[in-house]
Design a protein around this ligand. Structure first.
Ligand SMILES: Cc1cc2nc3c(=O)[nH]c(=O)nc-3n(C[C@H](O)[C@H](O)[C@H](O)COP(=O)(O)OP(=O)(O)OC[C@H]3O[C@@H](n4cnc5c(N)ncnc54)[C@H](O)[C@@H]3O)c2cc1C
Length: 398
C-alpha cells in the first residue's frame, strides 16, 4: 500500500517508520526546506519509549537522554516540595521502559536517520500540502508548487494548524488557550555543577509554572515557563521575545528559577502561544486520517503531546495490519475507523486532564494550592499508571 504523510514532525516520522516496517511504501511530505534543530526538550514516558524501542531506537536515544529520578512539584517561592512522582529504576521496572528527557532534535535525528536508510520511505522537503481529493480508489494531494501526488491513504500529521484537518472538518478549530510558554536551553557550563540533581523540577505558583530538566547527557538545561491569562498578540505561534519579559514573568520566584533565567541567551528567547483542540469524536474519512497534534493538540501540562503522536503511529500501523486480509479499498476504511476508535478516548483524556492540571499548577492562593497538592497525594498515585502502563505494541484493539 502507498501511504502519503503530510508533515515530518515526530508524529509523521514515527508513522513513516512504523508503516515502512510492514513493507508499505511511504511518501513523507514536509513543507520546510530543511530539518532544523528545534531547541526544546521532551519528556518521554514509558508509553512512548516502548514504541521507540520497537523501532530499535532506544540505544541511539540512550546515548544522549537523561533519566530523571523523580518529578518534584515545588512551591514557586519557598521551593517547598508539594508533591513528587518517583521515576528512575523503580519506574522502569514497573512499566518495562524508561522515562527519558530527550532533546527534541536528538529524537528527530534518530527517527530521520532510520527513515533515510529505508528504501520504501521517500522524503520530500519543501513539499507543502494545500489540498486533497479522494475517491473510491485513491487520494490525490495538491502541493503548493503545483505538483500532484496520488496514493492509497493520506495521514495528516501536519501539526496543530493542520491543513488536512481544516479540509476534513471544514475548520481547523485550534483555539488559543490564553497560555504562553517561554522555552530556552542553557548550557550547563553556565551553571554550577550542583545546580540540581537529575530531576524534573516544576515550580508552580500564581498563574504560572516553570519546569526545568536536563537533556543531552546533562550538558544542557531545558526550561519551559508557562504563563496564563495572556491575549493573543500575533498570528505566529512562536516568536522571538525580549529576555526581560521572561525575567519579569518569574521575578521573585525561587532563586533557582532566576539563576537559570539569568543565563538564558538574551538574543535567543522564544515565546510560544499555546493552542489546543477540543476533543473530537470523528477525525477521518475513508482514505484520510489525522495523527498527533493535527488530531488532538493539547496543552503541554502532562508533557504528552509527542507521546500521543508516537502511540498513534504504532496503533495506526497495527490497525492496517489487522485488516490486511480485506480487499484494499475496504482495508483502509476499516483500518482508519479502527485506529480512530482506539485513539479517541485516550487522547481526549490527555487533552482534558492537561487543561485540569494547568488549573492545579496555577492556583493563585498558596494555602489552596497546598491543600490541592495534599489532595493529589491521596489520589495521584492511583492515576499515575494510566499513561506509562499503556503498551501500543500489545494493547488489545477493539
Ligand atoms: C511548551 C511545550 C512543551 C512540550 N513538552 C512536551 C513533552 O515534554 N513531552 C511530549 O510528549 N510532548 C510535549 N509537547 C508536545 C509536542 O511538542 C507535540 O505534541 C508534538 O511535537 C506534535 O508532533 P506532531 O508530529 O503531531 O506535530 P509537529 O511537531 O507540529 O509537526 C508537524 C509537521 O508538519 C509540517 N507541516 C505543517 N503543515 C504542513 C503542510 N501543509 N504540508 C506539509 N507539511 C506540513 C510542519 O512543518 C511540521 O514539521 C510540548 C509542547 C509544547 C508547546
Amino acid at each position: 500500500m502507498r501511504f502519503l504523510i503530510a508533515g515530518a514532525g515526530i508524529g509523521g516520522l514515527t508513522a513513516a517508520l512504523c508503516l515502512a516496517k510492514d513493507g508499505h511504501q511511504v511518501v513523507l511530505l514536509e513543507q520546510s526546506q530543511a530539518f532544523s534543530e528545534v531547541g526544546a526538550g521532551l519528556q518521554c514516558g514509558a508509553n512512548a519509549m516502548k514504541v521507540l524501542q520497537y523501532l530499535g531506537l532506544d540505544q541511539a536515544l540512550r546515548n544522549n537522554a537523561v533519566e530523571p529520578q523523580a518529578i518534584h512539584f515545588r512551591e514557586h517561592d519557598s521551593g517547598n516540595i508539594l508533591y513528587q512522582v518517583p521515576l528512575g529504576e523503580r519506574y522502569q521496572r514497573q512499566y518495562q521502559a524508561p522515562y527519558y528527557h530527550i532533546h527534541r532534535a536528538d529524537l528527530q535525528a534518530a527517527l530521520l536517520e532510520q527513515a533515510k536508510a529505508l528504501p520504501n520511505i521517500q522524503i520530500q522537503l519543501g513539499a507543502q500540502l494545500v489540498s486533497f481529493s479522494e475517491n473510491e480508489t485513491s487520494v490525490t494531494l495538491k502541493l503548493s508548487n503545483g505538483e500532484s501526488i496520488a496514493g492509497d491513504c493520506l495521514i495528516g500529521a501536519d501539526g496543530v494548524r493542520s491543513q488536512v484537518r481544516e479540509q476534513l472538518l471544514g475548520t481547523n478549530s485550534a483555539r488559543f488557550t490564553g497560555n504562553v510558554a517561554w522555552r530556552a536551553m542553557v548550557p550547563m557550563s553556565a551553571l554550577p555543577n550542583d545546580f540540581m540533581p537529575a530531576l524534573t523540577t516544576n515550580f508552580v505558583g500564581p498563574s504560572k509554572h516553570i519546569v526545568m530538566y536536563y537533556v543531552r547527557a546533562k550538558q544542557m538545561l531545558n526550561i519551559v515557563g508557562v504563563v496564563e491569562g495572556r491575549t493573543e498578540n500575533s498570528t505566529s505561534w512562536v516568536q522571538k521575545a525580549p529576555w526581560q519579559d521572561f525575567y519579569d514573568d518569574f521575578a521573585g520566584w525561587h532563586p533557582m528559577v532566576t539563576q537559570a533565567i539569568n543565563v538564558v541567551n538574551k538574543d535567543q528567547c522564544y515565546r510560544w502561544a499555546l493552542y489546543d483542540h477540543p476533543p473530537l469524536v470523528k477525525w477521518g474519512s475513508n482514505r484520510v486520517t489525522l495523527l498527533g497534534d493535527a488530531a488532538h493538540a493539547t496543552l503541554p501540562f502532562m508533557a504528552s503531546g509527542a507521546a500521543m503522536a508516537i502511540e498513534d503511529a504504532r496503533i495506526l500501523q497495527r490497525c492496517v495490519a489487522e485488516n490486511s486480509a480485506l480487499k484494499e479499498d475496504v482495508q483502509i476504511k476499516e483500518a482508519l475507523s479502527l485506529y480512530q476508535r482506539n485513539r479517541s478516548s485516550r487522547t481526549a483524556y490527555v487533552q482534558k486532564t492537561s487543561a485540569k492540571l494547568g488549573k492545579l499548577y496555577h492556583i493563585n492562593n498558596r494555602y489552596l494550592q497546598r491543600a490541592a497538592f495534599a489532595g493529589l497525594k491521596l489520589i495521584g498515585p492511583s492515576k499515575e499508571a494510566y499513561l506509562p502502563s499503556y503498551d501500543a505494541n500489545t494493547v488489545a484493539l477493539n
